[in-house]
Design a protein around this ligand. Structure first.
Ligand SMILES: Cc1cc2nc3c(=O)[nH]c(=O)nc-3n(C[C@H](O)[C@H](O)[C@H](O)COP(=O)(O)OP(=O)(O)OC[C@H]3O[C@@H](n4cnc5c(N)ncnc54)[C@H](O)[C@@H]3O)c2cc1C
Ligand code: SF4
Length: 507
């Protein structure tokens, strides 16, 4: 008689807290593929393939390392298709004397785990997930001393805590942040090294067939799956990024090109979030590349800030603010999601490209998520619930703890400024400057009031006017409100009229 451990699909780390606490001789590891989770939103088929295949590979690896594995596949006829049912069945099968868990990354699932303590007649132990660089207690302590929770100050503390990019106690290169060097618009002829592709092995091929059959109703292309599904493959992918792409990561971090869905981004979020890569390892490798003179400080710092800063910050904010955070809707946005979010069929080329690439790859890079789809959802007043469900479904790296603050806080300003000091709202001029999307678009980014003026332009001013009362209290929005007031009444009316017509047709 030993313990039963449940390992969920995003806990695929050999260093998982519960694995470290378990006994290979006596304990059993339970891994389950359940439809209740796979269908919680319309997860992209490639995301499902990625997670199920990585789970199956991890189970094989653990078994080779001498662990007792009980793996329940989705198609197992006795599978109850939910965590609670599978735990009950496994406890009976193995006559286990306790349940050992690592805390779930998502609030809903952690609540479920806590309930098992009351419902099961054996001890249930939930260990903290220590794969992050900032514990929830450390974040709470940091937050409790502040009125405003700005990422930049949190990030500096993390740099000090982990002694990253420091020269003595000063930031390497003399600045904490090299963001001002990391906003270059794309230039013609910019070449981007291709992302390495992995040919699916027999395990992945089986999973592709399974997902294609069982989740045919989930939007997104399953063909061409080429993501890593093992630790070794993910580490090779990271090494390729550090050698071939990191040097240009900083400069072109905000740039968008129609034929480059990945630009110089690392494409590691999916691996970090299920445990195929360790955040500290990614950070150390980037720091080493800078120390060796292989990349400039703006590239290394820009990349490290994303992981040591943003990733840890959004997780801290999530646990500090849940469950209320999921219900926030500061701008009272209620519009349903337009159909083109599920098929990319719109004449707005930036949106069409971003959505099409998303459905193809289960990936879009940060600026596409924030300044194209996110910006549109913000300006059009789309309902945060609907927008969150979409982001959670379509990206292979989407898990609620990281998706929700980014959507509700960063993209939609639905938290009223807890995360961002002002809304990330922009007109067509921003997208035109930072991408090649506007060339060949049916709309003109330089026009506001003509027949084919870019919808972002009038939606932007409508957004400023619609929520004017909210911007009075925000010093960073003052200039835009003043610009709105300087416009002639006729222009204001025409802009709002065009926005109303557009939104009415959005369906
Ligand atoms: C509206 C919106 C939704 C998002 N949803 C998710 C999500 O569901 N899951 C997710 O992991 N990230 C999300 N992000 C953050 C970011 O866009 C992705 O982490 C990134 O695009 C993943 O691609 P990459 O690995 O190539 O990242 P890179 O640009 O190469 O960055 C490296 C890593 O830094 C981390 N990172 C960068 N920015 C952020 C951020 N804002 N928050 C947290 N971590 C960050 C990620 O782990 C990422 O893999 C979202 C951002 C926005 C604006
Ligand atoms: S013109 Fe407007 S809608 Fe068209 S691609 Fe540019 S920003 Fe997008």
């Amino acid at each position: 008689m030993g313990a039963l451990l449940l390992i969920t699909g995003d806990q695929l780390s050999p260093q998982l807290a519960s694995l470290k606490a378990a006994d290979r001789q006596t304990d059993t590891l339970l891994m389950v593929e359940v439809a209740e989770e796979a269908r919680s939103v319309l997860h992209h088929p490639k995301k499902l393939v990625f997670i199920f295949s990585a789970m199956r590979h991890f189970a094989e690896q653990l078994q080779e390392n001498g662990w007792n594995i009980d793996y329940i596949k989705l198609e197992d006829p006795d599978n109850s298709q939910n965590f609670a049912g599978e735990i009950r069945r496994a406890l009976t099968r193995h006559n286990a004397n306790r349940l050992l868990l690592t805390a779930a990354s998502e609030w809903r699932v952690l609540e479920m785990m806590r309930q098992w303590r009351d419902e099961l007649d054996i001890p249930v132990e939930i260990l903290e997930d220590d794969r992050f660089l900032c514990s929830t207690a450390r974040f709470e302590a940091w937050a409790s001393e502040r009125k405003q929770l700005r990422m930049e100050y949190f990030y500096r503390e993390m740099r000090r805590d982990w002694q990253i990019l420091l020269e003595g106690d000063k930031p390497a290169g003399g600045k904490w942040n090299f963001d001002s060097e990391n906003r270059k618009p794309p230039r013609d002829g910019l070449t981007v090294p291709p992302i390495p592709k992995i040919t699916p092995d027999a395990i992945t091929a089986d999973v592709i067939e399974l997902v294609a059959t069982r989740f045919a109703d989930h939007p997104g292309e399953i063909g061409g799956f080429s993501y890593a599904t093992t630790h070794a493959e993910a580490e090779q992918h990271l090494a390729h990024f550090i050698t071939h792409r990191l040097a240009d990561f900083g400069s072109w971090q905000d740039a968008m090109l129609a034929d480059q869905p990945f630009m110089f981004h690392a494409l590691i979020g999916l691996y970090l979030n299920i445990g195929l890569l360790s955040p500290l390892d990614c950070i150390k490798q980037a720091e080493q590349a800078w120390q060796d003179g292989r990349v400039a400080i703006n590239a290394a710092e820009g990349f490290i800030r994303q992981i040591l800063g943003w990733r840890e910050y959004v997780r801290g904010l999530y646990w500090l603010s849940m469950p209320d955070y999921a219900r926030l809707n500061h701008l009272q946005a209620e519009r349903p999601l337009p159909g083109f979010f599920w098929n990319g069929q719109t004449e707005m080329r930036c949106l069409s490209i971003t959505v099409t690439q998303t459905l193809e790859n289960a990936y879009a890079h940060h600026i596409q998520r924030l300044m194209v789809t996110g910006n549109f959802a913000l300006l059009a007043g789309l309902s945060p619930r609907a927008v969150n469900d979409w982001y959670l479904a379509v990206y292979a790296d989407a898990f609620e703890w990281v998706e929700l603050p980014n959507v509700t806080g960063m993209a939609l300003y639905a938290d009223g400024g807890i995360m961002a000091s002002k809304p990330y709202a922009a007109s067509g001029a921003y997208i035109n400057r930072m991408s090649d999307y506007c060339r060949g678009c049916a709309y003109n980014p330089s026009e506001k009031l003509s027949e084919n003026s870019c919808p972002f332009n009038y939606l932007y001013w409508d957004f400023i006017a619609r929520h004017e009362d909210k911007w009075q209290a925000n010093a960073r929005m003052g200039m835009m409100v003043r610009s709105w007031h300087k416009m002639e009444a006729g222009t204001q009316q025409a802009l709002r009229g065009k926005a109303a017509d557009f939104l009415a047709k959005l369906g």
